[in-house]
Design a protein around this ligand. Structure first.
Ligand SMILES: Cc1cc2nc3c(=O)[nH]c(=O)nc-3n(C[C@H](O)[C@H](O)[C@H](O)COP(=O)(O)OP(=O)(O)OC[C@H]3O[C@@H](n4cnc5c(N)ncnc54)[C@H](O)[C@@H]3O)c2cc1C
Length: 165
């Protein structure tokens, strides 16, 4: 199967992505594409505009403070797998990530894509729930924080920027 026809956009900054999301009708963001591409090919979703987050460097990376680990939404699952910070601070995630798909899917798949796909049995969602993670949702008005338990039953918000553990 081939995906339906859509306009493709590749912003270089979070601000540009948010502006596109506000301006474009029926848009969807794409991260690693490991869930969205099969859905497009099976014609389960019909976005008119696809906004690719892969050139936005500020959306990737893992950082720490004394009491928190922050994983930006576009951080690849494979980076999480090999992160010393994750191994030390969130061992459940370091072990659990090995059960997420395969090496090939983890090379592309992101933490943000997994959470926003909202599969109730996805390992990363359950690990986030176990740690009471806080999600940073970006809009042109700023970053709004919500708890993972509040986020998961709803439909995905416009743009997930980060997850704090
Ligand atoms: C063969 C195979 C096996 C798999 N096995 C497993 C498994 O065992 N366990 C598991 O949990 N998953 C599994 N997956 C899914 C995989 O982990 C995906 O990586 C994940 O579900 C989606 O991540 P992604 O970055 O590819 O997101 P995409 O496919 O690009 O996007 C998924 C959804 O999230 C939205 N989205 C993505 N990023 C953002 C963002 N920053 N803000 C707002 N919305 C966003 C997209 O619009 C889309 O609706 C498997 C996939 C494949 C192909």
């Amino acid at each position: 199967m081939k995906p339906p026809i859509f306009e493709y956009h590749r912003p270089n900054s979070l601000q540009e992505a948010l502006s596109l999301m506000e301006k474009l009708e029926n848009s969807k963001v794409i991260a690693g594409g490991q869930s969205l591409m099969p859905m497009l090919n099976l014609r389960l979703t019909f976005p008119s505009n696809l906004i690719d987050l892969n050139s936005i460097e500020e959306l990737s990376g893992i950082s720490t403070s004394d009491d928190q680990v922050t994983i930006n939404a576009m951080t690849r699952q494979r980076e999480i797998e090999f992160s010393k910070i994750i191994r030390q601070r969130i061992p459940l995630m370091a072990d659990g990530i090995l059960n997420v798909g395969h090496r090939q899917t983890r090379n592309r798949g992101t933490i943000g894509g997994s959470l926003c796909h909202q599969d109730s049995v996805a390992e990363l969602s359950l690990i986030a729930l176990a740690h009471d993670a806080v999600l940073g949702i970006a809009s042109l008005r700023g970053i709004r924080e919500i708890g993972i338990a509040e986020f998961l039953p709803d439909s995905c918000p416009p743009l997930l920027k980060m997850v704090k553990y």
